[in-house]
Each structure stands twice: as structure tokens, then as C-alpha cells.
Design a protein around this ligand. Sequence first.
Ligand code: GLY
Length: 380
Amino acid sequence: MRTAVRLLASGGRPPAVKTLKVDLGRRSYEIHVGQGLVDSASEYVTGTPSSVAVIADEAVDERYGDRLSRSLSSVGEVHRILVPSTETAKSWSQAGEILSRLAELKVRRNDVIVTFGGGVASDLGGFAASVYQRGVSLIHIPTTLLGQVDAAIGGKTGVNLPAGKNLAGTFYQPSAVLCDVSVLKSLPSRQLRSGMAEVVKYGFCYDSGILDVVHNQTQAIESSEPSVMEDLVGRCADIKARVVAQDETDNSARIILNYGHTFGHALEAAGEYELWLHGEAISLGMMFAANLARVMGLLDEEGVEVHRRTLDRVGLPVQGQFDPKEVVGAWLIDKKFQDTQRWVLLQGLQNPVVRSDVTTTHIEEALPAVQLSSPMRGTP
Ligand code: GLY
């Protein structure tokens, strides 16, 4: 089996694949960005597995599962474990079910687990891979834009607990990430827009070239034109790979990737993870962060306007209706919370800083810019 994989590996990969490295010493791995990677997934399997367990989003499996299985069947027996794509599936009990299923299927330590879907599949499947038999080789094949530019890169795995999102999890790096941009064509447009929030985040924080692509290629992005998506996913994955290589466990540089997420996560929680998609909440979170930076004298009006224009351009909300008590209440009332809260802000575009001196007054001054009294925005 090993020989077969090796022989194919020399000539079977799709021709125009961009390969990026996440440089983490012995845990280094490559991210491959291109078209047709679902059909050539077996080329990226290393070692001598006798079976592959695919942990797949059920909708993604229905559409692409047979193609992936055909490719992986040259590696060994292929098992398909299906999970719902909803955030509620990222539960302790669902993780337990996956682990029991892996054991029933007699998946062994030298076999391979492949996750196939969006952030739920990679977080949940990555978590299962990290604890099953103390760690099984893992390949992520993210099929959402959010997964390709963020969730599948960097080794964060997790499940939600009743007390909060991602409260249990591990850092567990995959052995490869395959970003097949051709599957983005079948993403619902709301999901595509949600992923664009993370793309734009890289533009605001690191690379103005991403903002240029967003403004100049809006139509091509809306229709998931593969060459444009390859360019955007490649740029973002490259930034994330470098940030993770610098700060794998999220203590310094990686914190910047949470731009817009402090407010965004609070908004998601207030909407019980149903009202707002992640990217929609992060869009408002970035608008809030831009306005916070403005009231603190870090970002000028034009910087805020660039946020508004860019997010609006890709159809993301720049204002929304929410109950401020639910979203920012704790930051206004709890002094201890205020003093420990770290905010990622921009001291000018592409110049992120982490600040812990945001006050109640700053928050109160920034809020009106993102708050709509009506109508409700969040279920476009
Ligand atoms: N999603 C942010 C990170 O991976 O650190």
C-alpha cells in the first residue's frame, strides 16, 4: 500500500497547487491550495495506514463524499462518520459518539483521520483525532471559506460546554490541510459572505492587497471564481501559517487573529448561536473595534470608513440590532473584567495592537456607531 501511495504521489497531484508551510519543527506541515484536491486527497496521505476514517459534515458528504472516498480507497478501507454542520453538534456527547465509532471500526493508531466540512467538522473531528488512542494522524479538508482561511489551520480543536464555546479542546496539528477552492462554488451565499469576514480581517490587520482584491473582484468573489478564491485563500492561509509558526499556543502574535472577536463572540452568544453566523458577528465586531480605536485616538475616520466600505462591499452587516446589556453589559459593569480584557485594535490599518486600557466610556462612545434600533439585521 505504501508503494502505491508513493508512486501516485510523484505524478497524481493536480498541477497548479500552491503549497505553504506551517513551520513548527517536528510538527510542521503543509497547506495545499488549489482545485481538484478532493479527488487527489490520497496523494497527501503519508505513513502506512490500513484504513481512513472520514469525519464529515453530512451535507458535504452527500455532495462530495463519494469522490473523496474514491480517492482515499487507494490508501485503505474508508469509513465515513457523519456529523451535523450545526454549532450544537460540537458537543461533548457528539465527540464521545465519534470516539466510540472509531473504536467500533477498529481504527488503529497508525490509521488516518480526515475531517471534511467546515469549522464544526475540523474542530470536532480534530478533537477526536487528538484524543483517540492518544493521537491519530489527521488531515483537514475544509470545504467552507471560513475553514480554508482559518479554522482548519493552526491546530485548534474544541467542543462547546454548556458554560461556553470551545471550553474543552486541544492544540493538535494536522499532517496536512487541503483547501480545494472548487468546492466553494456550492457554498450558500450567506456562508460565503460569513467566510469573507475572516478574509477581510487579514486585510485590515496585515495585507492591504487583500482589500484591493475584495474591492476589484467583488463579482468574481460572489460567484466563487476559483482563480480569485485561490488567490484570496492562498494569501490568508499564508498569513495564518506564519502567525501560527510564531505563536502556536495563542499567547502573543496569534491573539491578533481575534480582531473583532471579543464583541463578535458576545454577539453570537447573545443570539444563542442561531441569530448571527460567525462572520456576520465578526463583521460587527470589527466595526465596533474600529470605532473603539477611533474614540481612543488610534484610528482615523478614514480607517473606520475603509472598514465600513469593505464589509458592506461583500454584503456583511456594518450595523445591527442587539441588546447592549446582553452584548457588552459585563464590560460596562464588571471592573475586574474590564481590567483583564485584552482588545485587539488597529493603530492605523495593518498595524494591530493589543490593549487592555479600554474603559467603559470608550465602549459607550463606540457603541452607537454599530447599533441599529430597527429593523433587526442578522437573518439576511
Ligand atoms: N481562529 C483564531 C486562531 O486560530 O487562533
